[in-house]
Ligand binder design. Sequence first.
Ligand code: TPP
Ligand code: MG
Length: 506
Amino acid sequence: MARALARAGTRYVFALSGNHVMPVFDAALDANLEIVHVRHEAATVHMADAWGRLTGEPGVALVTGGPGHANAVGALYTALAAESPLVLLSGHAPLEELGKGAFQEMRQAEMAAPVAKASWTVRSRGTLASDVAHALRIAASGVPGPVHLSLPSDLLEAEVDGEGPLPEGLPERVDDGSDRFAALLEQLARSSRPIVLAGPRHARAPAALAAARFEHATGVPVIAMESPRGVNDPALGLLAEVLSAADLVVLAGKKPDFMLKFGAAFSPACRVIDLDADFSAWDEAASRRDWPRSGWLQEVREALAWRPPHWASVESAPGGPVHPVEVGRAVQKLLDAPDSVLVADGGEFGQWAQATLAAPRRIINGPAGSIGAALPFAAAAKLARPASTVVAMLGDGTFGFHTAELDTAVRRALAYVAVVGNDACWNAERQIQVRAYGATRARGCELLPTRYDRVAEGFGAHGEHVACAGELAPALERAKAAGRVACINVAIESVAAPVYRRARAP
Ligand SMILES: Cc1ncc(C[n+]2csc(CCOP(=O)(O)OP(=O)(O)O)c2C)c(N)n1
Ligand SMILES: [Mg+2]
């Protein structure tokens, strides 16, 4: 099985040890697989997820059976919603003891099924290797996603003769090249304000490249949606305005779900075509015809890039705390390095980060809206792209989820910079209380102004505390120069996430 992983190109296995999977740790030694041993099972999946999103190859997570598996399962939801390829391998009670109350016996495949693209238990030692190869293929083909395999420990310990026949490589993409899309393309060419909305995988390579080619060839804007805030995604500027002006919307792998207000994001006169098709197929068909040119694409691109003009002059109070816009301004300088990676996670602070920061590659918590993955995401990003500057932006509540992954980053020398926006509050939820129940009933979401930089130092990371705006740039410089993972604890102003409204001419 380990050889099958290596043959499929797997180099790293993100793992947390346990009785059931120690045979895999052992086999990894001879198969040249490197185990990245983490501190919580959910982190194995988040790391495999980030690996999958950045490389396009499925990341591989390995955890023990029962409770280890249960800890990992929640993280699959984030990968499923983000259309990210990964394989979760979980140890499992031995087949011969099933039904008798085996140690950590659990219906694991059933447990993972609702949050996986496919989920099954290996049934015979002869298929261990080919099942793993099959899982990798399923994860990466078509709409990518997480696949789970449970590995009964008696199979892992059985003797086998070689790995048996393995499926080779990934299946070819079928590009029918026919006129299948001709009618659709005709409608796009004839409408004056068309928009194509695409699912989260189109926000990254390789799908993003096909989308960009299509947009370039046709002049029809293609917008990948990957935020649970949907049309109010702060990274997409005035998307809501643009969508309500569109006369034709084509949904390419994007469902008319909550992110599109179940269709209410479009004007009643707008035609909506739900096309559940692979983008690459029509990219080619599009380049074979002529397209009218108008200013529409430019108009849409400008609207998406729009940010409130007054942000340019936002300044924090002299003694602090720092306004999130000013944090963004300083961090952008770090991200201006070529090939940088932005990781943006939860809370209102995460929304500010997504609104104010741009980088060639970005990993956000995605449509799942699940907070907490930033530190594992950033560690895997640094592993996948060692030469890149990797910056993780996360709120103080969010920081608590996987704090111990700083230890993994120290042990593995994964030098990313984590910026914690510390407002001593679960502010996103506090904002809900203020809006729904009134400020006097906004209670229970308080945290402490904990010195997370010192927590990080305790793990052996570089720590910086920033109390006011002036301290930010030098702290970021020192963090970048530290040569190891760094945590900058920034005392921030506790403000609600940005909402955009363009002042209209009277
Ligand atoms: C796994 C998970 N648990 C809970 C939530 C609900 N939630 C969303 S944002 C948030 C508050 C985050 O607080 P913090 O990280 O400090 O960011 P802030 O909003 O304060 O900027 C919570 C609890 C969620 N989205 N995902
Ligand atoms: Mg907070």
